[in-house]
Design a protein around this ligand. Sequence first.
Ligand code: ATP
Ligand code: MG
Length: 582
Amino acid sequence: MRWSQTLIPTMKETPEGAEIPSHVLMLRAGLIGQLMAGAYTYLPLGLRALRKAEQIVREEMDRAGAVELLMPALTPISLWERTNRVEAFGNVLIKFSVRRQNKQVQMALGPTHEEVVTDLMARHVNSYRQLPITLYQVQTKFRNEERPRFGVLRTSEFIMKDAYSFDASLEGLNKSYDAMYAAYCRIFQRCGLAYLPVEAESGPIGGDASHEFMVLADNGEDSIAHCSNCGYAANLERAETGARAVTAAASAADQKPLTKLETPNVGSIESVCKLLKCKSNKMIKTLIYLADGQPVAVLVRGDHEANEGKIRRALKAKRLELAESDVIEKVTGAPVGFAGPVGLQVPVWADHDIAGLENAITGANQADRHYVGVNLGRDYQLEPGRLADLRNAAAGDPCPRCAGKLEMRHAIEVGHVFKLGTKYSEALDARFLDDQEKQHAMIMGCYGIGVNRIIAGLVETRHDENGIVWPMSIAPYQVILTPLNVKQAEVMQAADKLYQELQAAGVEVLLDDRDHRPGVKFKDADLIGIPLRVVIGDRGLKDGKLELKWRTKPDAEMLPLAGAAASIAQLVHECLAKENTV
Ligand code: ATP
Ligand code: MG
């Protein structure tokens, strides 16, 4: 491609509204252009990178035995009603109605395709002989993101590779899942992404049933707990904490008397700490939840965050939500902010760290009053089995798998694999007959990759102060050819010749034929991040030489003009081969 004939609108300045490197660089390098919040055009360079990521995804899906199809983005709302997901998605689902022959037809744009693919299977598959099968597509998804941001990392319209496995047994599901997990590792490796699979919230099947593929990045919206000692990694929603050396509750001699203090208008942890001059890790935070509609109290240390997934599982509740203020007032007899375990009449659960708290401070279930000197066993009791891991992991917590400590990191979710079980196949009647002619619901898994996020994740993690640093596998072009002065006939002749030869040798090459100063062209070449730069100038030509520079290396090297196309093609292919070794 000749630069003068394509559209690469590079920019010198940081575009307004772009906060993080990937967003800034994707705009500045002319990869994307914004139409409105959450909607971007992929310009020619961006599209080339995107297509390459899609190609790698397809190759690895096919290699893993998945089969490609293409489902419509336009779906009937009735399908989502059958799985209760109109309600579950809420405002995220883009719904509308159209008129067809005087009838209003309700539709939704697919935010994901479990319903559509399960309905398809229900219609066409009914025997164990047709299973297992994994179907996939690369397609546009629509989600009304409340806060689209960070460029193509979070948009309302994005390209997802979504795959769905259908099995006749749980062992079958495990095999399908493992095949997708392995394919994901190969995909992200080949794309040049430094990825980390982490345990994620798993839903109905529980256990080891969901993993997210994360790219560590300071600007990532996900938090993960990671142990660098043993490699344990989990999404914060999911991360367990290891057993800790709990100091035994205070001996009777150390226990201070239970004392009620006046704390007028002071309800939050911070304000109580300020007033009583104490640290938040001395406080008991008492949260009132409704577990399947029944009020319960959950205690976590003042400096910790309650984890609703863990609480729901510990309580074996189907639904869990924080109680509204009227329920809290009824349960505690006090306004919000003054709840505490002493004298509380609802079931009380506590996080492990509560057991180690002596002479704690907590609300007194009375307006404007707190207790100090609160001790478990003396001032309030816990029924056996009600001490559990109920909070988010925090930096410095013991690792649940080894003697190491957890670190907290930010990350970008690029992929997600999930054992679904029979939720959708039951709801949409996707059943099969086994070899005894008995009917069962198909056992499903689902597997998503955000293709846009592969690109944004790469730019976010692979750039320097001059611009993007693409891996060869995803780079929009492998080589950029830079004639120093396009007005010199012999320079342009040599450049054109090399351009033709490189293309004939299968190299993807961008010829910067613009009539610009060399400095401008070098800056742009660095900005758009093409892995290999080849410079052609009149002085070099006189010596029969070209200048070759890797984007990743500080210095250029000279290359003989004779046989240059073959040597450059070889360098490109060696580099690709190295990246493809997984
Ligand atoms: P997030 O938590 O970031 O909103 P999600 O967990 O809802 O994502 P999934 O339903 O697991 O997303 O979708 C599969 C993949 O699609 C994600 O791993 C991510 O890479 C990508 N993805 C999801 N939402 C978006 C979005 N709004 N913009 C771009 N990519 C997205
Ligand atoms: Mg996800």
